[in-house]
Design a protein around this ligand. Structure first.
Ligand SMILES: [Zn+2]
Length: 459
């Protein structure tokens, strides 16, 4: 029985899908005007893990992760670059896919682009207006009237007064309440034609929040099982999605809300102004993508995650230990749920996707594999890790890896030195063979002499 923490009720609950055997899940995706950063890596990897575990548990999953391809930042960036919005967003969608693929993130079943759903958004706004929840402000923007929706604040667990305390509003925006938000943004003359659509309220473009309400109900229905995203989206974005969808459809929108924790860098908030902002590609220049995936999954998805070189180095060493256990095993992964480690792994994952405990089970299993060289246990290790999208490469290829840092020895040079060392040994030149071993050791290469000859790995 799977339990998950539902942000809406602030407790762990037994997961019961709306339709037996099926799960419909929506996750807020990226605004595609730049490269994805570490925070995006966490959202992608976490909900990939969730989708994989739901499937491994026998559910038929429909997973939607949207793409925001129209908003202020996109219009501004396209203008600065002198390119069309379409060209800019196509480019960064391709880059996002490259990053996701590198991290072993499987494609969601649907990746709707906001621009393709404007008619559905207009339909929702019309419903909201009819239900007395939307009004056109003096500046011609169409806004949502939060005080007209009694449930506003239920996701964040705050009253309207608490929420208002954090808001400032510019009177020129013409909102009736500082918490009111824009559903339809009136077009400015300076904005490009590809950012404008006709509507009953004049030419304009959708606000950000309305796109998720429109795309989720179009692809998953007006009520679905799981809605996920980063913790930073709880308020106002997800609160606003609830107000829109429930205000339009007059019934519950989502049964379970899941939020992953923040990523911090060296214990500070990651931000461009602090100079500690990392894109996924920056990180992948330094670390193997599977190490990054492992680093993300070794923590529980709701915990804060602290990124630092020391933590990544530690993750690399830990993953190396797991791969080392699989070195002599070339078969497929095969899960046995009746075996003790399989049972523990399942219990961990069924307890709110407890990947940190599940990874601890993999280490125990690796220790058993190292002790007994039992191929069934190695298959179990590879099989269970595969459910997290880990340990699926050839162990030797992973262990030899790529030069850890600039100036590190390439595999070709290492192989040549090993051949020299074998030749020196044959010629009984032990001083030379020891010298080569020391040279390799100094470069972080460990030699292991075994019955099949000498193998090597990076320390
Ligand atoms: Zn969203």
């Amino acid at each position: 029985m799977l339990k998950l923490y539902n942000t809406l009720d602030r407790e762990k609950q037994t997961f019961v899908p709306l339709e037996p055997g099926k799960v419909r899940m929506y996750v807020c995706g990226m605004t595609v005007y730049d490269y994805c950063h570490l925070g995006h890596a966490r959202v992608m990897v976490v909900f990939d893990m969730v989708a994989r575990w739901l499937r491994a548990s026998g559910f038929q999953v429909t997973y939607v992760r949207n793409i925001t391809d129209i908003d202020d930042k996109i219009i501004k960036r396209a203008g600065e670059n002198g390119e069309t919005i379409r060209a800019l967003t196509d480019r960064f969608i391709a880059a996002m896919h490259e990053d996701a693929d590198a991290l072993g993130v499987l494609r969601p079943d649907h990746e709707p682009r906001a621009m393709d759903y404007v008619p559905q958004m207009l339909g929702l706004i019309e419903k909201l207006e009819k239900n007395g929840l939307a009004y056109q402000a003096p500046n011609q923007d169409v806004c949502y009237s939060v005080h007209s929706f009694p449930g506003y604040g239920k996701l964040s667990g705050k009253s309207l007064d608490d929420l208002r305390a954090g808001e400032r509003v510019d009177v020129s925006e013409g909102k009736r309440d500082p918490l009111d938000f824009v559903l339809w943004k009136h077009a400015k003359a300076s904005e490009p034609a590809e950012a404008k659509w006709d509507s009953p309220w004049g030419s304009g473009r959708p606000g950000w929040h309305i796109e998720c309400s429109a795309m989720s109900s179009d692809l998953l229905g007006d009520r679905f099982d799981i809605h996920g995203g980063g913790q930073d989206l709880q308020f106002p974005h997800h609160e606003n999605e609830i107000a829109q969808s429930e205000g339009a459809h007059q019934h519950q929108f989502v049964n379970y809300w899941m939020h992953n924790g923040f990523i911090r860098v060296d214990n500070e908030k990651m931000s461009k102004s602090l100079g500690n902002f990392f894109t996924i590609r920056d990180v992948l220049k330094q670390y193997d993508a599977e190490v990054v995936r492992f680093f993300i999954l070794r923590a529980h998805y709701r915990s804060p995650l602290n990124y630092s070189d020391a933590h990544l180095d530690d993750a690399r060493q830990a993953l190396t230990r797991l791969y080392t256990a699989l070195k002599g095993y070339s078969g497929e992964g095969k899960v046995d749920w009746n075996e003790a480690h399989g049972q523990r792994f399942k219990a961990a994952m069924d307890d709110d996707f407890g990947t940190s405990e599940a990874v601890a089970v993999l280490f125990d299993l690796a220790q058993e594999v190292n002790k007994g060289h039992d191929p069934a246990l190695a298959a179990q290790l590879k099989g269970l890790a595969g459910l997290l999208g880990l340990l699926q490469r050839d162990a030797v290829v992973f262990l030899q890896g790529t030069p850890a840092e600039e100036g590190g020895l390439t595999p070709e040079v290492i192989e040549a030195l090993i051949a020299d060392r074998i030749a020196a040994k044959k010629a009984k030149n032990f001083a030379e063979s020891d010298r080569i071993r020391d040279e390799l050791k100094a470069a972080g290469i460990v030699l292991e002499d075994g019955p099949q000859g000498t193998t090597w790995r990076r320390a």
